[in-house]
Design a protein around this ligand. Structure first.
Ligand code: UD1
Length: 340
């Protein structure tokens, strides 16, 4: 029988791509999402790609009663992938309580209900932001955790700690913490992708919206960093590659005799600068991205890219989509949105 997985935030950007990969790998998916930063039409995209519509429960993971009802109505959930969270760094500085409430309460509700409903493990969406500004690159999982620079980043660190303490106390429940670098791109079908609300904060949605003429101009936040071209360097990982890592992590957690908590960096291992990324986008798609250099953005890390060897060797997973292909997929997705 197909294993049943609960995907929180499953209509969101990474959640929807992961739902597709889970279904294609033979899992049955139940999604819970409050649609605060996504749209139910994403379910059509998932069905269009996989031929199957996941079970969808519109509810908030911070609503304990609703979550309990979900487990009662959908017996036999074996694993959880927990994406549902607030994720805008700037907003988290302005509304810290909202971030702590959403991101911590949702996790604690899930953890508390897991043993009662026989759920064996939880894969948690963490971030390379826990490393802060690294002393050296590439950065591996043994690197020190630095003080968080935003409430958002702090929620990721605290959630990792909550999971460790909980798993230590409760036998028979496992967790895998996945630290993402910079997820970008869209499904090659152009049926699902990122749907930013309002003015995008992140680089790639801003690039695509500028190329599409929705935004007049992109500001590159600083060209005086200590990098070859002066702009910041990131490890941009294709969202489908990232989604596939969740499937292998789930398989490992449920089927193998492993440590109760494991942590993996998910990145390509290659650093690409902001200016290089804009240049590649323009070349690959044959479009212009009007941009100018502006001041540095407060709190930005100068350069960070992953040492993904542990994920490569232990999970048997590797990021394979070239960045040019990722940027072509993103542009196709933007055109699909504009054509709607
Ligand atoms: C941030 C968070 C990360 C979070 C992610 C998704 C930190 C340190 N990182 O990543 O934890 O998971 O957002 O929300 O908090 N840029 C421009 N112009 C723009 C937009 C961005 O030049 O209009 C530059 C930024 O200065 C940065 C790079 O592009 O150097 C990537 O920025 P962004 O996409 O926002 O991601 P991060 O800040 O790396």
């Amino acid at each position: 029988m197909a294993k049943k997985i609960l995907v929180t935030g499953g209509t969101g950007y990474i959640g929807s791509h992961t739902t597709v990969e889970l279904q294609q790998a033979g899992y049955e998916v139940v999604i819970i999402d409050n649609l605060s930063n996504s749209n139910a039409s994403v379910l059509d995209g998932i069905e269009g790609i996989t031929g199957r519509r996941p079970v969808f429960v519109e509810a908030d993971v911070t609503d304990r009663a609703a979550l309990r009802k979900l487990f009662e109505d959908n017996p036999g959930i074996e694993g959880i992938i927990h994406f549902a969270a607030s994720k805008a760094v700037g907003e988290s500085v302005e509304k810290p309580i909202l971030y702590y409430r959403n991101n911590l309460n949702s996790l604690m509700n899930l953890l508390e209900l897991m043993p009662e409903f026989g759920v064996k493990g939880i894969v948690f969406s963490s971030s390379c932001t826990v490393y802060g500004e690294p002393d050296t690159n590439p950065i591996d999982e043994t690197a020190p955790i630095k003080p968080a620079t935003s409430p958002y980043g702090n929620t990721k660190q605290i959630c990792e700690e909550i999971i460790r303490d909980y798993i230590h106390a409760v036998k028979g429940v496992k967790s895998i913490l996945l630290r993402y670098f910079n997820p970008v791109g869209a499904h090659p079908s152009a049926l699902i992708g990122e749907l930013p609300n309002g003015v995008p904060n992140n680089l790639v949605p801003y690039i695509t919206q500028t190329a599409a003429g929705i935004r007049k101009e992109l500001t590159v936040f600083g060209d005086d960093y200590d990098t070859p071209d002066g702009s910041c360097i990131r490890d941009f990982i294709d969202v489908v590659d990232l989604a596939k890592a969740h499937v292998v992590a789930m398989q490992r957690m449920l089927c193998k005799d492993t440590d109760a908590v494991e942590v993996f960096n998910l990145g390509t291992g290659r650093g690409v600068s902001v200016l290089e990324l804009i240049d590649t986008f323009e070349k690959v798609n044959g479009v212009k991205v009007p941009h100018r250099i502006g001041p540095r953005r407060e709190g930005d890390i100068e350069k960070i890219w992953a040492e993904p060897r542990k994920a490569n060797e232990v999970l048997g997973w590797k990021a394979v989509v070239p960045v040019a292909e990722t940027l072509a997929n993103t542009w196709r997705w933007q055109q699909h949105l504009d054509g709607k």
